[in-house]
Design a protein around this ligand. Structure first.
Ligand code: CDV
Length: 312
């Protein structure tokens, strides 16, 4: 018995600032239909996939900033994507900026949803590791104001039963942090879906620029192997509003091997047949957490109770 899920990593090329939601959703639907032709069960779109990557600008007026956020999901402009999913029998992961009202407070999150083949939202995640800065920093060639525009996600990392396995989500910068994968790994995750927007240029550390693809693959391949899980990482790529973004969307097997990859920086589908039963080989041997993890030791060391002082 194998549990096979065919997944399309639906990379997007640039979205220009004036592009409408309707224009973008038409591109998403085209990729979803292409995925159906190839027998996909699920497509994965990038982070903030409905608009240009707006945290690269400093907005003084909240009303202007809020035009990049979705009040409803699905809303009028995104409903055609949900309809296409239901008609095609293809589910999707979608990243978007969420404006929520909770206990009378308006809140802003960098969010992703998982939608099943019937067009129903079955899981939601709100980005926890927000990168960048909170104040306008004019010395930068472009801003990265996620810490100003979003709150830290308050939903944890939910792992849900969907597409025949245990599925979790993360968003962009989350993929660089081992805790992201391990918190889901401890819940038995078999498939982690990640959308991202990663500029080639890192203003505070330009010495990292030449390593951006290497780091992208390093973190997802390690996360997959160390937790015995499939990982699908999908970029918004290409030169968007003058900022080059990496593509390099990949599907990683629980072995840590890359089994499918996009080769352009435009709209592109990379497809992989993912056998969720492959996870068992890693989860039951090298990364059998119940047998080999030592959480009590980790706790003692962090609390500096168990560590032996280094020799003089
Ligand atoms: N959108 C992101 O989270 N981008 C970060 C950049 C700022 C480093 C990333 O980790 O790719």
């Amino acid at each position: 018995m194998t549990r096979m899920v065919t997944i399309g990593a639906a990379q997007l090329g640039p979205i220009a600032r004036p592009d409408s939601r309707a224009q973008v959703v038409a591109r998403l639907v085209a990729l979803l239909r292409q995925a159906r032709e190839h027998g996909c069960d699920l497509v994965v779109y990038p982070e903030l996939a409905l608009t240009t990557f707006f945290p690269r600008w400093y907005f003084e007026r909240q009303e202007e900033l809020d035009t990049y956020f979705e009040h409803d999901m699905p809303g009028r402009d995104t409903q055609p994507l949900f309809d296409a999913a239901r008609e095609s029998g293809v589910g999707f992961y979608l990243g978007y900026a969420e404006l929520a009202v909770e206990e009378g407070h308006t809140r802003h999150f960098n969010t992703s949803i998982l939608v099943d083949k019937s067009g129903r939202i079955v899981s939601k995640y709100r980005k926890i590791h927000l990168p960048g800065h909170a104040e306008h920093e004019p010395w930068r060639r472009f801003q990265h104001l996620e810490k100003r525009y979003f709150e830290v996600g308050n939903l944890g990392w939910p792992v849900v039963r969907a597409f025949g396995g245990l599925v979790g989500m993360a968003i962009c910068n989350d993929r660089r942090w081992p805790e992201t994968y391990r918190v889901m790994g401890l819940q038995g995750v078999e498939l982690v879906l990640i959308g991202y927007n990663t500029p080639v240029h890192n203003p505070p550390a330009p010495e990292h620029d030449a390593l951006s693809h290497f780091h992208n693959m390093l973190v997802m391949q390690s996360g997959a192997y160390q937790n015995g899980s499939w990982i699908v990482g999908v970029a918004k790529a290409g030169c968007e509003e003058g900022v080059d973004q990496i593509g390099n969307s990949i599907v990683v097997a629980p072995s840590g091997e890359i089994v499918a990859a996009c080769t352009t920086v435009g709209d592109e589908l990379a497809i992989a047949r993912c056998d969720l039963d492959l996870c068992t080989s890693y989860k039951s041997t090298t990364f059998n957490f119940a047998r080999h993890r030592e959480p009590e030791q980790y706790r003692l060391i962090v609390e500096r109770k168990g560590a032996v002082p280094p020799p003089e």
